[in-house]
Unconditional design. Structure first.
Length: 330
């Protein structure tokens, strides 16, 4: 690529910038024309609107899904190529962050709106640029996910899409199939509890106890997810934020305030419930995939706040010297 750059206002623009803009706009225009003016594009839109009705009209829904994933994969590969050319660097985590930013731009522009996706990406870029200029690069991602939550709460259909009702269908039966729980006899539960309580006193190795303790912790997290996803029918993609809030709350209470560990654990559960309910309250009126996107944004915001609030959380260093929870002593 030529190494020249043009002065434009307070910045510069080069040949690579023009190439990326040209490829992006051309790809968006081709995709828009494909969806609007071709029979296969009409089949894609019909399948997205009502899969069963499209199948009754002779549309091969499986073929349509395969074509859509192929096109999406090609566009994703093209964008990753341009990212590598622009930054002259790639890393294993770049795809995850790019996907998150793509979701934010998609929500800003409106689901299924190709011009809106382009406009949403440009708007997100401007918001991040001004945010970095005012507050620093550490808060770049925080601005993006804050905008995501605001859009979902105030205008979930997007800024560049006509107002319409949100999808009425719940997630139960789509992402998670309805099922019947396995019946466990009462005597089996009693025996399991007795064995679990007696196991630490049987002389087993610490490694075994550590594995079982980790399994119990994961079981509690799975139980929490089951309550939300399996029972309520709402998929929470940011559930790890709950784990982080509870962990940091109990650690700060015991390390900084000197509260006994047992009491700190109980208070941390209460604090987590209050904070998470307050964070999720504005999103309670959302339905369908909007709930999943909102929880994803909340989880990322929790992680970014913990990372950047260094005076309280110690930032990336974390909190060390947390006293263990013992039986009969602190």
């Amino acid at each position: 690529m030529p190494n020249w750059r043009w002065q434009l206002g307070g910045g510069t623009i080069g040949a690579l910038d023009l190439l990326i803009a040209g490829i992006g706009l051309t790809s968006a225009a081709v995709l828009f024309c494909f969806l609007r003016f071709t029979k296969l594009g009409w089949a894609v839109r019909a399948t997205a609107q009502d899969r069963e009705a499209a199948r009754q009209m002779g549309v091969d829904a499986n073929k349509v899904n395969a074509v859509v994933f192929a096109i999406a994969s090609a566009l994703g590969g093209l964008s990753s190529l341009l990212v590598g050319m622009f930054y002259n660097h790639i890393d294993p985590g770049m795809s995850f962050q790019a996907t998150l930013k793509g979701v934010v731009a998609l929500v800003i522009g409106g689901m299924g709106n190709v011009p809106g996706a382009v406009a949403g990406s440009l708007l997100l870029g401007l918001i991040e640029s001004f945010g970095v200029a005012w507050f620093g690069a550490d808060y770049r991602n925080l601005f993006a996910f804050t905008v995501l939550l605001l859009i979902l709460i105030l205008r979930p259909e997007g800024l560049f899409t006509r107002r319409r009702n949100l999808p009425p269908e719940p997630l139960t039966g789509t992402f998670i199939a309805p099922s019947r729980p396995v019946a466990i006899p009462q005597w089996g539960l009693i025996v399991a509890l007795v064995v679990a309580a007696a196991l630490p006193f049987t002389g087993v190795s610490n490694d075994v106890l550590q594995v079982l303790a980790n399994a119990w912790l994961y079981g509690l997290l799975a139980l929490s997810l089951t309550l939300i996803a399996g029972t309520l029918g709402q998929v929470s993609l940011g559930h790890a934020g709950l784990l982080a809030i509870g962990a940091y709350a109990s650690a700060l209470l015991s390390v900084d305030l000197g509260i006994p560990v047992a009491a700190a654990v109980l208070l941390a559960g209460l604090i987590t419930a209050i904070l998470r309910t307050a964070l999720a309250f504005p999103a309670f009126r959302l339905r369908g995939h909007y709930v999943s996107i909102a929880t994803l944004g909340m989880g990322e915001i929790v992680a970014l706040v913990i990372l950047n609030w260094q005076s309280l959380t110690r930032g990336p260093i974390g909190i060390a010297g947390i006293p263990p929870l013992g039986i009969g002593s602190e």
